[in-house]
Design a protein around this ligand. Structure first.
Ligand code: 0CH
Ligand code: SF4
Length: 318
């Protein structure tokens, strides 16, 4: 008789409140204005979400130059530099901001620190859209640090006036290490440990950490450019467990499944929950499975839509 394989489903997993809000903003604009609705960058880092919205009339662009005068343009969940907002206003575009409120909070902290005369040390990954946006809040006063090893080489105007912040979707453990190195180098530095990492990112990491020792394979549903999804794979690999980032069930390798007795399946905050169901079904097609939910936290966070999109009826614009 074939042994029953265990599929553990760490929870929370998949969509967070900021992603749901960002997708809903594009959906409501499509309903109210009809296509095209322009979106600057991927609304969230997931190919399925982007392809689905594209099929309904969203047009993803990299540069505001590609948006016709007066058209509606949405800023992605990862946030934008104030210079982008100014450019949109100058061009007469009808901009709708889908920046997650928790990213906007980090922008506000960067603004406050820079206005107080501090150098802002941003913990983050160079080139990531959220980092580009947050660095753009006070570009002359912000420096980026990507690792604890890079802390000694940091150059700041006045070591007594420094504040650190972080990208919202990093590894909690790594940010704590970098923050400790920053405190050692700048004893008076202001900052709050890994507090800028959002609830969704830290909950998804805690949920994987809670099951990783029982699993001999961890599958993370998410796209290659999704920071928070990659951090889940990393966490499993660092615990010594084989782990793969997959877009969907189509990328599941039968040999991985055949070689595993206990498989944890999770998803990054930008990956639709239906994709997890499809992966579980594909594992079930290899042999019998027992599926077990493994929750570590309940998420109740919700974010209001921008004022202009809250009420039923037509969007009255700015
Ligand atoms: O994890 P990252 O920041 O790459 O973004 P994502 O995969 O689109 O997840 C949603 C987070 C969006 C802004 O925090
Ligand atoms: Fe907001 Fe966190 Fe979701 Fe990013 S991952 S959209 S910061 S809740």
């Amino acid at each position: 008789m074939t042994a029953v394989r265990r599929v553990l489903l760490p929870a929370p997993r998949s969509f967070c409140a900021g992603v749901e809000r960002a997708i809903e903003i594009v959906e409501r604009l499509l309903e109210r204005h009809g296509p095209p609705v322009y979106v600057r960058n991927q609304i969230v880092h997931n190919t399925h979400v982007v392809a689905d919205l594209e099929s309904r009339g969203a047009v993803f662009i990299a540069d505001l130059d590609e948006v016709p005068e007066h058209a509606v343009v949405v800023f992605s969940a990862h946030g934008v530099a104030p210079a982008v907002e100014r450019e949109a206003a100058e061009r007469g575009l009808d901009a709708v901001d889908a920046t997650c409120p928790l990213v906007a909070k980090v922008h506000a902290e960067a603004k406050r620190a820079a206005e107080a005369g501090d150098t802002v040390v941003l913990i983050g990954h160079e080139g990531h859209e959220e980092v580009v946006g947050t660095m753009g809040v006070a570009p002359e006063r912000t420096v980026l640090v990507e690792s604890a090893e890079a802390v000694p080489a940091l150059e700041v105007a006045d070591p007594a006036k420094v504040t650190y912040l972080s990208q919202t979707t990093l590894s909690v453990t790594e940010v704590e290490q970098i923050a400790a190195a920053l405190k050692e180098r700048f004893p008076g530095i202001k900052g709050q440990g890994a507090e800028d990492i959002c609830y969704a990112t830290s909950n998804r990491q805690a949920a994987v950490a809670a099951v990783v020792r029982e699993a001999d394979l961890v599958l993370v549903v998410g796209s290659a450019n999704s920071s928070n999804s990659n951090r889940l794979v990393e966490l499993a690999v660092e615990a010594g467990v084989a782990a793969h980032l997959i877009e969907d069930a189509g990328q599941l390798d039968r040999a991985w499944v055949e070689g595993a007795r206990t498989i944890a399946v999770t998803a990054g905050a930008s990956a639709p929950p239906a994709l997890v169901d499809e992966v579980v079904a594909a594992i079930g097609a290899v042999g019998p499975v027992e599926v077990v939910e493994r929750p570590v936290a309940e998420e109740t966070q919700e974010f209001l839509l921008p004022q202009r999109l809250r009420a039923a009826g037509p969007d009255r614009g700015r």
